[in-house]
Design a protein around this ligand. Structure first.
Ligand code: XMP
Length: 326
């Protein structure tokens, strides 16, 4: 019988067997998957776990703070925060190809982790129990879509599965790799992870880096962050969070169109709203967000984000579109 309680018991037991007395690091992103994975491992091995949150600068507004305060308060995990924003921006400078972006972000991520592991071992002087394990919140659909499943095509390199360097210095613990998202949420609730985290919509590991079509830089990130915050705020205000699987906001950074504002001509960028309905992200339909909600989002974004003069709606299902544009 599938119950969240049984799943938790089984996973806790196998995590304990797997790691023994070793130290474990967890890649915390603030999303549902890594949060539930961390809570699960925390339940299994408690103080042997250190969570590391890499601020790669590709996060949405308020996300770093939510991890640094909300999650830590709720779970009591040991958290190390690493500010790697400059490093990621430098590595991504001028890169436009989606798979190259994903590989760069994934690789930087692992390098930062490896350094964190060395620092943690060094700081604690606990050479007998080196950090051997890295927890990742990989789900079943990630495994399949990164080509890990039998006969699956490599559609995108999800940065928590594909794109890992060959000389990786950790062994992976992926306790959620047989589960779908709805199952992960049930497991999270069973573990006492707060509902605001359990019900958070999915957000990709490479973050806003794959929602800027074109090269990523600090200015473009700031534009997208503001537009995204407005869209999220209005969707929440309309009570649509649980009806919509997620709503990527995508900045077409290399596209410009002519507009008019007040008495003047504008020549700004479009953003795309990509609201989708889905069960498991393997397939999706475009979500029928009410027109008045779309109108409010469009008006606010074009009024409040100076560089954006056009808001367009993506009405493509998956397949043939993927949810993210890159
Ligand atoms: P696509 O774009 O492939 O996305 O239809 C399916 C789901 O996966 C999320 N996504 C990712 N999640 N690392 C993640 O953890 C990634 O690299 C990644 N890429 C896409 C996407 O937001 C959607 O929910």
């Amino acid at each position: 019988d599938w119950t969240p309680g049984h799943v938790v018991d089984d996973l806790v037991e196998s995590i304990r067997e797997q790691v023994g007395e070793d130290r474990v690091l967890c890649a915390l992103s603030g999303g549902v998957d890594s949060s539930v994975a961390a809570a699960l491992v925390q339940k299994a091995i408690g103080e042997q776990l250190t969570c590391v949150f890499v601020d790669h600068g590709l996060l949405r507004e308020g996300e770093a703070e939510q991890v640094e305060t909300d999650f830590v308060e709720a779970t009591g995990v040991d958290l190390v925060v690493i500010d790697a924003r400059e490093r990621f921006l430098e590595a991504l400078a001028g890169v436009t190809d989606p798979e190259t972006k994903r590989k760069i972000i994934g690789e930087q991520f692992i390098r930062v982790f490896e350094q964190a592991a060395r620092d943690i071992v060094h700081d604690r002087g606990d050479e007998q129990h080196p950090v051997k394990w890295l927890v990742q919140g990989t789900l079943y659909p990630d495994v399949v879509e990164s080509g890990g499943g039998e006969g699956a095509a490599n559609i995108k390199s999800h940065h928590n599965v594909g794109g890992l360097p060959d000389d990786l210095q950790f062994s992976l613990i992926e306790p959620l790799r047989t589960l779908f998202k709805d199952e992960v949420r049930q497991v999270g609730l069973e573990l006492g992870v707060p509902e605001v985290i359990v019900w958070r919509q999915p957000f990709p590991g490479p973050g806003l880096g794959i929602r800027i079509i074109g090269a990523v830089d600090a200015d473009r990130l700031a534009i997208l962050r503001r537009a995204d915050a407005i869209a999220r705020e209005e969707l929440t205000r309309a009570g649509l969070d649980r009806d919509i699987w997620q709503c990527p906001v995508v900045l077409l950074a290399d596209v410009r169109s002519v507009g008019v504002q007040g008495d003047g001509r504008t020549y700004g960028h479009p953003v795309v709203l990509r609201p989708v309905a889905s069960e498991d992200a393997m397939t999706a339909d475009w979500a029928r967000v009410p027109y008045d909600v779309l109108a409010t989002i469009s008006t606010r974004i074009t009024n409040e984000v100076e560089e954006v003069n056009r808001v367009v709606l993506d009405v493509t299902s998956k397949p043939p579109g993927t949810i993210e544009w890159e």
